[in-house]
Design a protein. Structure first.
Length: 320
């Protein structure tokens, strides 16, 4: 097929590469504008733009908005058979969705209708799902509500983080995308409507979602840390200031102390009381303004004190 590819982050790159390897004509790539990065704030290209340059795909379009008629005209100028959308990050207007013969095909990193929305990988871990997967669907004007074309399941590892899971789903999605386009070209796929009664939402991530509430169980906080391993940072408040949790592990029950209390330190971890009498082992942390370190080293540096009660980062009162 002749396709126009929409994508922005690293997770979209395997699908672009798979399209090229399968012999599809990539008539154009649409990605987000370059954004300032680092201390120098020098504009940096998106991972998809870098991949397109490496593959020799042209043109690469980076419109600030898809509401502009000229931007839409440039996208449709090659007369594509289909649009392919993988983690582009913006809503496509209906005029684009309706134009190609095969419509717009989206690679979504969940088993729709579960986890519709912007952050399905993170929410699958946060919700404690054991199985997730990838769906290809025909896009409509709703939020991930279009009919499903193909799906592929995969288990979520017990210690898997969102970056690790997303990387795996990106590879699975690339294979599924090629299979989907081949099926559409043969007329062999029958779009399947989603069951809206089974739908759940995976809304956009916000900074406050990373705030630790020690009244939650150790298992729930562990999921929070793994789901938000990249962003937003999972943070709490210690007597020495804000503390980011980098690696934790549920450590069973028996915490006879108020939630947030540092109840013990051993050679490997700092143990904190959580909700429902559960214990969380802190393995790696990052105090504000410092490098990442082992939690036990943070105790030696008096950045965490045995017996203190850790709080939420937005608590007005200092931890006791």
């Amino acid at each position: 097929m002749r396709v126009v590819f929409f994508g922005t982050p690293e997770w979209a790159v395997p699908s672009l590469e798979a399209l090229a390897a399968a012999g599809h004509e990539i008539a154009a790539v649409v990605t987000a504008p370059d954004r300032p990065r680092g201390r120098s704030r020098t504009p940096a290209p998106t991972p998809v733009r870098q991949a397109a340059d490496r593959l020799g795909v042209a043109p690469v379009l980076q419109p600030a908005t898809l509401r502009d008629a000229a931007a839409r005209a440039a996208i449709l100028e090659p007369d594509p058979d289909a649009l392919v959308v993988v983690a582009y990050g913006r809503i496509l207007p209906g005029r684009l969705l309706d134009a190609p013969r095969h419509g717009a095909i989206n690679v979504h990193f969940s088993l729709l209708p579960r986890h519709r929305g912007a952050s399905p990988v993170q929410w699958a871990i946060l919700c404690g799902d054991r199985i997730t997967g990838v769906s290809t669907m025909l896009m409509d004007r709703g939020l991930d509500t279009g009919p499903v074309l193909l799906q592929r399941e995969t288990p979520i590892g017990p210690r898997e983080t969102a970056p690790q899971l997303g990387e795996r789903l990106a590879r699975i999605g690339a294979e599924l995308l090629v299979e989907t386009l081949e099926g559409l070209a043969r007329g062999a796929l029958e779009p399947r409507p989603q069951d809206a009664s089974r739908a759940s939402l995976a809304p956009m991530l916000k900074p406050e979602m990373g705030h630790v509430d020690w009244r939650r169980t150790a298992v729930e906080i562990d999921r929070q840390v793994r789901a938000f391993a990249a962003w937003p940072p999972v943070v709490c408040r210690a007597s020495a200031g804000r503390l980011r949790l980098l690696e934790v592990l549920p450590a069973g029950e028996g915490a006879d102390a108020p939630p947030g209390t540092v109840v013990g330190v051993d050679r490997e971890a700092v143990h904190v009381a959580c909700g429902e009498n559960t214990l969380l082992a802190l393995l790696a942390v990052q105090p504000a303004g410092r490098r990442a370190m082992r939690a036990v080293d943070a105790v030696r540096g008096r950045l965490i004190r045995p017996g203190e009660r850790l709080g939420r980062p937005d608590d007005d009162a200092a931890p006791s």
